[in-house]
Design a protein around this ligand. Structure first.
Ligand code: COS
Length: 389
């Protein structure tokens, strides 16, 4: 993996140390990991990964320092660096790490002291698996169309409705759930956020969803699920903004994961170019291959620059990096798709054989262009932010 980017001015010595730590851990840290496509096997592998990442100390980067985190506040560059490295080696490891951050992010940002103290240390230590429940069957890109309801009843909130495409659905210990807490029937206003324990009566897994790159994913039902009133996150009606603030942090980390997949694809392509013989030369001697490699390397660097610019801006300038995170997410995921496709092409028939690294990357990258805001949503966000200026 190209390491020269670590000399870019976005990083501090601590980030370079973290990259070294990841490099030292990864070859043995993922050894013996069970693979398999069945729901049960994938669940077990994800639980195993959360334990391994926690023992190595990496999940501590998913929460703030006061609650067992590695650094005082959530550090976007560290999140990106960890996701990039994990994705390079194993997509499920990236997934397991990312979800600890995304699933607990709204608690870190807006939780009461009691909620933070209860949930965040367990996330950091791998004792609780987190999930983020925003999308609904009729409200994906259009978050404001959500219908799930939250009704106040004495010292409780009562939740009714359905959430879908929920990563970690089925294995999570708790869900951060967004629901409509007043009578306004649509739009951003009136949405609130709650922490819901997985064992809450009335919460059930309606369907486990199987996808091209297997990971725990589910549709979840809430039938008069009662949670304590204290499990409201932030202010009543502040849920939409809280969801957007959480996504502002984690979208640049999705970009970093795409970058890790793309870097792996380029490395696979380079070794193929050197070893594969054809037309009396190597694949890499052919100018068409050189053109592909030139394009791939540039797509990767442009994605990396936007990714770490967004992370640096959030960390160092303390500014809302909505536009920058959207640019990074859109560019890095789209570029990675092209890079991986080019790499697969260089493997010819072998590239589509099940179990090949490029075949796996080809399946892994696709969802990243959709989740946490599809490319089309990122374009909309970038345009709106740009037109404000
Ligand atoms: N940070 C803080 N506040 C934000 C914000 C952000 N990043 N983005 C929007 N808001 C605020 C707006 O300022 C507005 O506040 P006011 O009413 O006080 O002016 C409010 O939230 C509503 O914003 P907006 O009008 O832009 O909402 P829209 O309904 O038009 O939705 C998009 C905007 C499409 C950008 C949003 O629904 C979205 O991000 N969709 C994709 C969702 C997603 O990523 N899903 C994946 C789930 S996780 S796998």
């Amino acid at each position: 993996m190209d390491r020269t980017y670590l000399d870019w001015p976005f990083f501090s010595p601590e980030h370079r140390d973290l990259a070294r730590e990841l490099d030292a851990w990864l070859p043995h840290g993922l050894k013996g990991l069970a693979h398999g496509h069945t729901t049960g096997r994938v669940d077990a592998t994800c639980r195993d990964l959360v334990q391994r990442l926690a023992q190595a100390g990496f999940t501590r980067y998913a929460v703030p320092g006061a609650y067992g985190g590695a650094l005082a506040t959530l550090d976007s560059r560290s999140l990106c660096m960890i996701r990039e490295h994990l994705a390079y080696h194993e997509g499920l490891a990236d997934f397991a790490f990312a979800m600890q951050g995304l699933g607990s992010g709204a608690i870190s940002l807006a939780g009461s002291e009691a909620l933070k103290a209860d949930y965040l240390p367990r996330v950091a230590q791998g004792r609780a698996i987190a999930a983020f429940a925003l999308s609904e069957p009729e409200a994906g890109s259009d978050v404001g169309a959500m219908a799930m309801s939250a009704r106040r009843d004495g010292d409780a909130w009562v939740l009714d409705g359905e959430k879908t495409w929920i990563s970690n659905g089925g294995i999570a210990d708790f869900y951060v759930v967004f629901a409509r807490s007043d009578s306004i029937s649509r739009g951003a206003k009136g949405i609130s956020a709650f922490v819901v324990d997985a064992n809450t009566p009335g919460l059930s897994i309606a369907e486990r969803i199987e996808v091209i790159a297997p990971h725990p994913l589910a549709r979840i039902r809430f039938d008069s699920a009662r949670i304590p009133a204290t499990h409201l996150l932030g202010e009543e009606g502040g849920g939409f903004k809280l969801a957007m603030q959480t996504l502002d942090i984690f979208r640049s980390s999705v970009a970093a994961a795409a970058l890790g997949f793309a870097r792996r694809a380029l490395d696979e392509a380079l070794s193929r170019a050197k070893s594969r013989r054809m037309f009396g030369a190597t694949l890499g001697d052919l100018q068409l291959t050189q053109a592909a490699i030139g394009e791939m390397a540039t797509l990767i660097d442009s994605a990396a620059l936007l990714t770490y610019r967004a992370a640096w801006q959030r960390d160092m300038l303390g500014e809302r990096a909505t536009r920058e995170a959207a640019m990074a997410k859109m560019t890095a995921t789209e570029n990675a798709q092209i890079v991986i496709d080019r790499a697969l092409q260089m493997f010819g028939g072998q590239g589509v054989k099940s179990g090949e690294t490029v075949e796996k990357l080809y399946r892994e990258i696709r969802a990243l262009r959709i989740y946490e805001g599809a490319t089309e949503v990122q374009k909309l966000i970038i345009a709106r932010e740009t037109m404000k200026g």
